[in-house]
Write a protein of this length. Sequence first.
Length: 125
Amino acid sequence: MAGFIDAARNHYGLGGRKIIAVGFSNGANIALATAMLHPEVLDRVIAFSGMYPLGERTGTTALTGSRILALNGDTDPMAPLGGVTELMAELNRQGATVEQVLRPGGHGIEPTDLDAARNWLSSNG
């Protein structure tokens, strides 16, 4: 994903413009993994129903300056709360600015999630 973003920046002449990855479920996990492993390429993510995407802790990656919005259901069988809690802890440990919106319910995107994403974009875009 990091290579694709670099290629797209060059191809479309995006220069240093901020790119915000928005993903649902596995797409959220891909965006989160890219941001965690390559914050120099991607430092803004809106993750709907995502969870901790890496098998082991990434170690020394500094995510200072990275901004992540995680939106999850508290009974999501596909992204269990344990994986979401691990994600939040690791992002905070590495210095990212993280906002979590935890709502009642399962795997999906609810209207309240969309409202939260719009509000987050207005202050982090």
